[in-house]
Design a protein around this ligand. Structure first.
Ligand code: SF4
Ligand code: SF4
Length: 477
């Protein structure tokens, strides 16, 4: 079947239990952000900007585990920031698994191989030698790292181990050139691919996590799915990017641009996701077929943001992962105090202007599973989708030229640097997050240097960067 049976049953039981109890609102997935620190500073990342004043803060392990317990979601997506920077990530994953939850670690992949080596060191005995040989052959570890693994570990903390309840969820927004451009650092795609390969060799479940912005080339996204599918990846999450109303107003006022020039409107999302149902047949796309129909513009759904709540250093973020009208002390308090009827788009009427173009999975994917806006046949459709045989790995993915940037000496850096440094409409070079004096920003930094499904934020900086690069291309022919 498409998704592991035990996982499907666990989620279905949770929904059925609450339906029988008549619970009006309940959590399906907890988006847990133990910290907002990140080793990257992707253009347009909402998290590192919205929480820029609390980047050093982090939730205690106890708070993290208690949040999961309190909301009772069967699935927890650990995001951030970069969750692998969280000092107690191993204990957090272990604690959530012990609570019986399905855990997704949403990572940019840069530190993932380090964690995989730590796992190998924790379980090493001579029977692991064939695995080490394969990792060495694939250049996924160095001989020095193999020796380190053989020496074992003195760390008594639990390592992150393969489990049917655990997924690595690796952020990729395109093939190498595009992805490195979006994350503003060359080499990140290459590292993420190496981490995916290594995790698969070690028996982990791995998914990819993609946000689609206006500039996304959907043919490229399809090739990206083919590529990762051929690596044996277990599934893909894909969601349209979110455009803050404030950012939109700013673009109109400051640059005199039409919002359609920069932002993914609902109509554009329908166009971008026109092939989503076909992809659902070819690839293991996570998300209900009902949500896929919504993305393709074939039906309406009502936002159920309360089903995928976000908990972070400030509390329970309301109303949703994307917009913040307040933080609450508990999930229950948030459910009770937020006026949920103020949000979303219902029957074509926008209740809150910030929701106008939102079709993101954390607002609408649960709606498909929970049967809001139920249409005859939906249940059967969802069952059929889950129980259908899992699509085979796309063998044509091996022919995809995934490494089309930095790896072949065609990185975005040279191209991006000039526009970044060039004067913008306000007379300043484009402000790239994390830029140091005299430097063009994080693209110049080494990959492996500490600094979810995470970047669905204010895209105006990215739009500005891309517009500048396009203009630069035109002037240089
Ligand atoms: S429609 Fe989108 S932005 Fe609005 S509350 Fe729902 S998830 Fe949040
Ligand atoms: S989008 Fe994710 S990886 Fe990028 S800076 Fe934000 S939190 Fe970090």
């Amino acid at each position: 079947m498409r998704f592991p049976f035990a996982l499907t049953v666990k989620i279905a039981r949770h929904i059925i239990k609450h339906k029988l109890l008549g619970t009006p609102k309940f959590a399906l997935v907890l988006q847990l952000e133990p910290l907002h620190t990140c080793n990257l500073t992707c253009t347009g990342c909402g998290r590192i900007r919205e929480y820029s004043t609390s980047l050093k803060d982090m939730m205690s392990l106890e708070d993290c585990l208690e949040s999961a317990r309190e909301c009772g979601a069967p699935m927890v997506s650990i995001c951030g920031g970069e969750p692998l920077i969280y000092p107690r990530i191993e204990e957090l994953v272990d604690g959530l698994l012990r609570q019986g939850r399905i855990v997704y670690i949403c990572t940019n992949g840069v530190f993932m191989r380090r964690k995989l080596r730590a796992y190998l060191a924790a379980v090493y005995d001579r029977s692991q030698e064939p695995i080490l040989a394969r990792l060495l052959e694939g250049e996924l570890i160095t001989p020095a790292e193999a020796e380190e693994i053989r020496r074992g570990t003195k760390d008594r903390r639990p390592a992150i181990k393969p489990s049917q309840w655990l997924y690595w969820n690796v952020h990729v927004d395109g093939l190498e050139y595009t992805h490195d451009l979006i994350v503003e650092r060359e080499g990140v795609f290459k590292e993420a691919v190496a981490a995916v390969k290594m995790a698969k060799l070690l028996g982990f479940q791995v998914a990819t996590n993609t946000t689609v912005y206006k500039e996304a080339d959907m043919d490229e996204i399809e090739r990206m799915f083919e590529f990762f599918s051929s690596l044996g990846v277990d599934g893909h999450t894909i969601s349209p990017g979110y455009d803050y109303d404030a950012a939109k107003a700013d673009m109109v006022r400051r640059l005199g641009k039409r919002p359609d020039d920069f932002f993914l409107t609902r109509e554009m999302t329908h166009l971008k996701f026109a092939r989503i149902e076909e992809w659902g047949k070819r690839f293991t796309i996570f998300g209900t077929p009902v949500y896929q129909e919504f993305l393709a513009g074939k039906r309406d759904l009502t936002c159920t943001a309360w089903a995928i709540p976000t908990r972070n250093v400030k509390g329970w973020k309301a109303p949703c992962y994307l917009i913040t009208d307040g933080h609450y002390g508990s999930y229950r308090e948030m459910l009770e105090r937020v006026d949920w009827t103020r949000y979303g788009v219902v029957n074509g009427v926008t209740r809150d202007s910030r929701c106008e173009n939102c079709m993101v999975h954390c607002g609408y994917d649960p709606s498909g599973a929970l049967g809001t806006n139920y249409q005859k046949g939906d249940t059967w459709k969802n069952i059929k989708y889950n129980f259908r045989r899992r699509p085979r790995p796309a063998h044509n993915g091996k022919a995809v030229l995934a490494f089309n940037g930095f790896s072949i000496g065609k990185g975005h850096l040279t191209e991006a640097e000039a526009p970044i440094r060039s004067p913008g409409p306000n007379g300043q070079g484009l402000p790239i997050g994390g830029a140091r004096p005299g430097r063009a920003g994080t693209a110049l930094d080494a990959v492996d240097k500490p600094g979810m499904c995470c970047g669905q934020g204010d895209v105006k900086e990215r739009a500005e960067l891309l517009a500048k690069i396009a203009a630069k291309k035109q002037t240089t022919g």
